[in-house]
Design a protein around this ligand. Structure first.
Ligand code: GLA
Length: 382
């Protein structure tokens, strides 16, 4: 759990004052439903007990100064374009801009940011956006519904950061439910809490790897999906069936991309039903099948997540394992029998070896996680 007191005391050290607001937002792990969100499909993520905390205090002018424990200082003027801010501060500037565009009264502020979200593919960017958004809404005395805040975070990704992400990461970080994963319909944004079966545990397999070029690969996958939807004549692949796909004349690679999305949507709905029925064996099988489809058809796994998944499946008690998030590097997720979870984590830590073609830049780490609540204000003084 991110230590919110650190954010507050860091602000005190940096600007010599107590925060007016401290807010926090979690990272996420996606259990199944990968690369389906921007196809208006279904996802089954959960917020995890790793997050980002923001401590903030208003200023009398239009200036923002901020300090991140991990990434250092940033400063900008609210009357400049958010794209003129470099580094991590662009997320902060982007959220301030998007909130102002939405009509929220955003003035200058000092802030500090701390995070304990490990590695990549656990949505540290979305947690940063949602924690800042929650803090700035609290400073302005105008809380926003989670889905609205999530849309603003997505707008920042599209228009300020330049990545055409879907809505999953921001929405689960904003709206996560303690104790439950969330089945999200990414077209209507309807969220159904899905309690995790008591007989299993979720384990994050963080391979300690990151890959560049993910953004352009991500955008090209999204375009492929849109081309096939247009060829079939539907608004999004959510509306297409495998029979529709067979009928159209599309590029062979595009066809495999679409096949992943269409089958993954069904697997996600089936997985939610399995979880609700307590059927952890079939839930694990669906996770395995998702990974195969992401490997063969969507081609977004990477050597490190593949290696973690392969090893996990050989360890006692593993019910299923798959990559999680955008892919190419980063984390995987395993479903493990409850009583085997502790030994599973110890064995993974002992036996995981990074493949030579994708060495770890940070120490690989394995965590049993449970679903936590989404972004919220932790502390507030008048
Ligand atoms: C990233 C994006 C999400 C989603 C996943 C893949 O995490 O931010 O919107 O598309 O990749 O499922």
């Amino acid at each position: 759990m991110v230590n919110v007191d650190v954010a507050a005391s860091l602000l005190h050290d940096t600007v010599g004052n107590e925060p007016t607001v401290v807010a926090t937002a979690p990272g996420r792990v996606n259990l199944i439903g990968e690369h389906t969100d921007y196809n208006d499909g279904f996802v089954l993520p959960m917020a995890i007990p790793f997050g980002t905390a923001v401590a903030a205090r208003p200023r009398a002018d239009r200036r923002v100064t901020a300090m991140s424990e991990r990434f250092g200082r940033t400063a900008f003027d609210l009357d400049t374009a958010p794209t003129s801010t470099q580094g991590w501060g662009r997320y902060l500037h982007g959220m301030a801009w998007a909130l102002a565009e939405h009509g929220i009264d955003v003035g200058g502020f000092d802030a500090t940011v701390v995070s304990d979200i490990p590695g990549s593919s656990l949505s540290s960017s979305a947690a940063l956006e949602m924690s800042i958004g929650t803090a700035l809404c609290a400073l302005a005395d105008t809380p926003l519904p989670p889905a609205v805040l999530a849309r603003l975070g997505q707008r920042v990704e599209h228009e300020v950061i330049g990545v055409p992400v879907g809505i999953m990461d921001q929405l689960i970080s904003a709206a996560g439910v303690a104790g439950s994963a969330s089945l999200i319909d990414c077209r209507s944004l309807e969220i159904r809490p899905v309690a995790l079966p008591h007989s299993a545990r979720v384990v994050v397999l963080d391979t300690g790897t990151r890959r560049g070029l993910v953004d352009s690969e991500y955008a090209s996958r999204r375009s492929a999906c849109e081309r096939v939807a247009a060829a079939i004549g539907v608004p999004a692949l959510r509306d297409a069936s495998l029979a529709d796909l067979e009928r159209v004349d599309v590029d062979a690679t595009d066809r495999r991309r679409a096949r992943h999305v269409i089958t993954e949507n069904q697997r996600t709905l089936d997985a939610a039903a399995c979880a609700e029925a307590g059927d952890v064996v079939d839930l694990g099988r669906l996770m395995d099948a998702s990974h195969e489809s992401l490997h063969e058809d969507f081609e977004v796994t990477g050597p490190a997540p593949d290696a973690a998944v392969r090893l996990a499946r050989q360890v006692d008690g593993c019910l299923g394992a798959r990559m999680t998030g955008a892919g190419f590097a980063g984390a995987a997720v395993a479903l493990v029998e409850r009583d085997a979870a502790e030994a599973f984590v110890a064995t993974m830590a002992m036996q995981y070896e990074a493949p030579p073609e994708q060495p770890s830049t940070e120490t690989p780490a394995f965590h049993v996680v449970w679903p936590v609540r989404g972004a919220h204000v932790v502390q507030r003084t008048a």
